[in-house]
Design a protein around this ligand. Structure first.
Ligand code: AMP
Ligand code: MG
Length: 420
C-alpha cells in the first residue's frame, strides 16, 4: 500500500489543517478498501450482511406466463373487433392449479391472480367487466392483446444476476433470494471495529463519580451506532491521557481490528495526544475538518487498521460518526456503491446563525405544519448536550459556502429514521 500522505499530497483541495467536509468524505471513501474475507451463510442469517458474490438466477421469474388479475383467460383473436363476444367456459386455472389442456377456438378459462395462462390463451379480461351466464361469458369490446398477463422471465431471466456483489441484504433481498429457491449466500466478513474513550475525567458507569469527573457516554453511543451498522465490536474501555497507556491501547486495537474509533483528546488543548500517538504509530491523513461540531477529527492508519480519532464532545462524536465513519465502515463492509444518507430540502422555521467557510450540522426536529414538512432547531445546541440529539429527529446540514439562514428559508435535512 502506498503511504496515505503520498496518495493525498496530489489530491485536489487537500489541506490537512482545514479540509472541506465533502472533500474529507470523498478522501476517506476513496482510500478505504473492503475486508476481503468471506463466508457462506444460510439466507436468514445473512440479514444486514453484504453480498460478496452476485446471486445468479437459476430460473425465470415468474416461471410461467401468469395472470395479474382475477378474470378470464382467452384468445385475443377470438374477440370481435366491434361489439361483444360470447365465449364458452372450458375450465379453471387457479394459482398452483393449472388448466390441463389447450384452449380451443371460442373458449375461455376462469383464472385467478397468479394462475398459469393456459396454452393457447394470450390475454386476460378482468372479471368486473364480464357478464357470466352459466357456462358462457360475454366480453365487451376494446380489449388489448396481452393485457393483465405477466410474462415468464419478466422480472428475472435464467442466468442473469438477481443481486450484485456489494448489496446490503435487507428484508426485501432475503425474500428475493428465497424466491429463487436459493438457501445460502456468500457474504463478506463483518468488519471488526475496536473503540475506546480517552480522558482523565472519565468515569465508567457503575463507579461513583468523583469531583470533576463525568460518566463516559461516548462508548455507549458508539456501541449503539456500531452494532446497528452490523460491525463486530471490541470495546477497549476508558484510556487515561497517558502516552504509555494510549500507545498500548492503539497497538492492541490495531492488531485486533480493521478499524479503530476513539473519542476525545484530539483538540489542541489536550496536547494533541491522539494525533501525536497516531503519527508515531502510523500515519495521519488529516485532523481538521471545516465543520461544526467536529472540527478536530483525525483520520489515518496504523498497520492494517483505519483510524478515526473523533472529538470528545458527545454530540460531535455522533455527528462525525454519521457524516464520515458510517460511510467509511459501509465501504469497509463491502457495500458498493456506498450511498450517502439521503437529504431533503425543507423550510426551516428557526433562523440559523452561520458563518460561510465551514459546514454546520445542527440538531433539528422535522414536523408537519398543515400538511407540509418543516424543520425547527432543538433547544440548546451546545455540542456537549446529548439530550439535543435525543430530542432531534434529523440533522440540519448547512453547506460550507452558506451564511445565515433566515426563518422560512429552505435547508437540507438528514432524517434519523428509515425503515428498520
Ligand atoms: P476532548 O475532546 O477530550 O477535549 O473532550 C471534549 C469534551 O467532551 C470534554 O468536556 C470532555 O469531558 C467530554 N468528553 C470527552 N470524552 C467523553 C466521553 N467518553 N463521554 C462523555 N464526555 C466526554
Ligand atoms: Mg479529553
Amino acid at each position: 500500500m502506498t503511504s496515505l500522505l503520498q496518495a493525498l499530497s496530489c489530491a485536489d483541495g487537500y489541506d490537512p489543517e482545514s479540509l472541506n467536509a465533502e472533500r474529507a468524505h470523498r478522501i476517506i471513501l476513496d482510500l478505504i478498501v473492503p475486508v476481503q474475507d468471506r463466508e457462506r451463510l444460510p439466507v436468514r442469517d445473512a440479514l444486514g450482511r453484504v453480498l460478496a458474490e452476485d446471486v445468479i438466477s437459476t430460473m425465470d421469474v415468474p416461471g410461467h406466463d401468469n395472470s395479474a388479475m382475477d378474470g378470464y383467460a382467452l384468445r385475443f383473436a377470438d374477440l370481435a373487433a366491434e361489439g361483444e363476444t360470447l365465449l364458452h367456459l372450458a375450465g379453471t386455472a387457479f394459482a398452483g392449479r393449472a388448466f390441463a389442456g389447450r384452449l380451443g377456438a371460442g373458449e375461455c378459462v376462469r383464472i385467478m391472480t397468479g394462475g398459469v395462462i393456459p396454452e393457447g390463451a394470450d390475454t386476460v379480461v378482468i372479471q368486473e367487466v364480464v357478464r357470466a351466464e352459466d357456462e358462457r361469458i360475454v366480453v365487451p369490446p376494446k380489449q388489448r392483446q396481452g393485457q393483465h398477463v405477466r410474462r415468464a422471465g419478466e422480472d428475472l431471466r435464467t442466468g442473469t444476476p438477481a443481486l450484485r456483489a456489494g448489496k446490503l441484504l435487507r428484508p426485501a433481498e432475503l425474500g428475493l433470494i428465497a424466491s429463487l429457491g436459493v438457501g445460502e449466500v456468500v457474504v463478506r466478513r463483518r468488519p471488526r471495529v475496536a473503540f475506546f474513550s480517552t480522558g482523565d475525567e472519565l468515569a465508567s458507569v457503575g463507579a461513583p463519580l468523583k469531583e470533576g469527573e463525568v460518566y463516559d457516554s461516548n462508548r455507549y453511543t458508539l456501541h449503539g451506532m456500531l452494532v446497528r451498522l452490523g460491525c463486530e465490536i471490541i470495546d477497549l474501555g476508558v484510556v487515561r491521557d497517558d502516552p504509555a497507556a494510549l500507545e498500548a491501547a492503539f497497538r492492541k486495537a490495531a492488531a485486533e481490528a480493521d478499524a479503530v474509533v476513539t473519542s476525545g483528546g484530539v483538540s489542541v488543548g489536550e496536547a494533541d495526544f491522539i494525533r501525536g500517538m497516531m503519527t508515531k504509530l502510523g500515519e495521519v491523513a488529516f485532523w481538521k475538518i471545516a465543520m461544526r461540531p467536529g472540527r478536530p477529527m483525525a483520520f489515518g492508519r496504523i498497520e492494517g487498521a483505519w483510524l478515526f480519532g473523533l472529538p470528545g464532545n458527545p454530540v460531535a462524536v455522533m455527528v462525525t460518526f454519521y457524516e464520515f465513519v458510517r460511510d467509511a465502515l459501509l465501504k469497509l463492509s463491502g457495500v458498493d456503491p456506498v450511498e450517502p444518507l439521503p437529504r431533503f430540502r425543507v423550510p426551516c422555521v428557526t433562523p440559523l446563525r452561520k458563518r460561510p467557510g465551514r459546514s454546520e450540522f445542527q440538531r433539528g426536529i422535522l414536523f408537519r405544519d398543515a400538511g407540509e414538512w418543516k424543520v425547527r432547531l432543538t433547544g440548546a445546541q451546545g455540542s456537549g448536550v446529548l439530550r439535543s440529539m435525543s430530542e432531534a429527529n434529523c440533522i440540519i446540514v448547512v453547506e460550507h459556502e452558506r451564511g445565515n439562514v433566515e426563518a422560512g428559508e429552505a435547508v437540507w435535512v438528514q432524517p434519523f429514521e428509515g425503515l428498520v
